[in-house]
Write a protein that binds this ligand. Sequence first.
Ligand code: 6PG
Length: 256
Amino acid sequence: MTTIVNYDPRISLRIFEKTNDLAAYFARLLAGRVSDMHENEFFSLVLAGGSTPRTVYEYLAANCREAINWERVKIFWGDERCVAPDNTESNYKMAKESFLDYLPIPGNNIFRIRGEADPDEESKRYSEIAGTLIQADKHAVTAAGPPLFDLIMLGLGEDGHTASIFPGRPELFETDQLFVPARNPYTGQRRITITGKAINNARLKVFLVTGAAKAKIVAQYLGKKKGWESLPVSNVLPAAGEIMFLLDNDAASGLG
Ligand code: 6PG
């Protein structure tokens, strides 16, 4: 791990030589947070889609069967493509095949977004489930506002999107609904996404970003370069918790 550079005091940033080191760091972070839970509480982990999260999932499957008390972890998704769960585009399928199938996570701890359902109805159903479940766990209840997920994993697109909040949708950081229908503007693919308030209210937001293709957007956002404020990722704020960026050298190569 190279030195930590501080572009924004609200964001902790760690840069790794290899993606495997990034994945190992994330695994240790998750294990520590889960073990800090009080005995009658559960840890809410929100998964992301994308290539870097997949690498982390594969690491968790290979190395963390014993290191984490998976019975205490409830699994949610930050977004899903509106496809069947066995479709190659499905974030559920990706997570299932890269780690959920290999770890002792009780089936009733896994809360899948039904990509095959009507997006409006499913967004409401999932918002209800997530809200009720998290609210029911007293440690997650805040005086007001959306519930606190313990850890939200997030990817970062080259256009600055995160989850399925794409550029031009600032209202998704204003709505009080936890999950809403969305659309990938480049492919037209329908999505269901977590919204900004639910992201911002989480205890810990961890961005997992690797590859040279992300160097430009990382430099624009962290370096606060021209137009950075209009990027969706710029609306992710520490609000009720922390923001962490885990990068590999390639993704960090544009940082001065
Ligand atoms: C998705 C993700 C999306 C992804 C970014 C980064 O469903 O695809 O929610 O936000 O994390 O596009 O993806 P890569 O890490 O594959 O570049």
